[in-house]
Design a protein around this ligand. Structure first.
Ligand SMILES: [Zn+2]
Length: 256
């Protein structure tokens, strides 16, 4: 039995934080008039657009007060159910999180996971085709030769070979616009993109921080790993989804 569970992104793990806003109590009858006035004359709720203007309750005393509201919008149903108790908020689940694996894709993933199981290795694939395989090389005395680093290095070597063979033209600056001719465009430096752009990475062990950063830099698309590490780049640092980083990928924790 194989399970493939998406690892939540940073936003989904966010705990409730609040900030105070000024609130004034109004009678129900005034609601539409005041909402109209607020839309016309008050500044927008910048940064807290998810916070609704109105909270309904029953004992009206017509006082101005400070009330806490959730700072961040809720990303999960659980967050929404908890946060709306503080103050009404709107809930729009991120469309990028609705990811279903298609049957054919799943079959390929399971095949790759079977290969790496117990092997301390990393396999990289693109469009359901394996591109590179590497094992952990730290036993040879080099502390940085983690399987993911070795696999990225292999892809880089292949890229160097491809360019040397004239398949692709090395990147020259400044970049010019993409050529019109499809064949020329394919070979153009601007079309080459990043080293592992959109690739699937299968790893026996959860990659460490160093390897995760290398995966971010090389722009992988998805990561599948079997053995979770509590101090790992994904489980501990959520490096697949950190807002501070300029690339994000989908991470899956799997078991066989
Ligand atoms: Zn590593």
């Amino acid at each position: 039995m194989c399970t493939i569970d998406r690892v939540p992104i940073e936003e989904e793990l966010q705990k409730l934080t609040t900030e105070d806003v000024f609130t004034a109590e109004i009678t129900a009858k005034q609601t539409s008039e005041i909402l109209h006035f607020a839309a016309k004359h008050l500044p927008k709720l910048e940064g807290i657009e998810h916070v609704k203007r109105i909270l309904q309750h029953h004992n009206v005393s017509l006082e101005i007060a400070r009330s806490p509201v959730p700072v961040k919008p809720p990303y999960t149903k659980e967050q929404f159910d908890e946060w709306k108790l503080i103050w009404p908020v709107s809930f729009r689940p991120l469309t990028k999180l609705r990811i279903e694996l298609e049957d054919e894709d799943r079959r390929f993933i399971v095949k790759c996971l079977e290969e790496i199981k117990d092997a301390k290795m990393v396999v990289m694939a693109k469009h359901s085709e394996v591109i590179a395989r590497a094992r952990d090389g730290t036993a040879g005395g080099h502390p940085l030769k983690h399987a993911a680093m070795c696999c990225i290095a292999l892809v880089a070597d292949m890229e160097v070979e491809r360019r040397r063979a004239g398949v692709l033209v090395p990147l020259k600056r400044p970049a010019s616009p993409l050529p019109q001719d499809p064949e020329e465009r394919e070979k153009s430096p601007q079309a080459m993109g990043y080293l592992c752009e959109g690739m699937d990475v299968f790893s026996t062990k959860e990659p460490c921080v160093m390897c995760c950063m290398a995966l971010v830099h090389s722009r992988i698309g998805r990561l599948f790993f079997l053995e979770e590490s509590k101090s790992g780049g994904i489980s501990y640092y959520s490096m697949h989804s950190l807002k501070a980083l300029n690339h994000h990928f989908t991470a899956y924790k799997c078991s066989m």
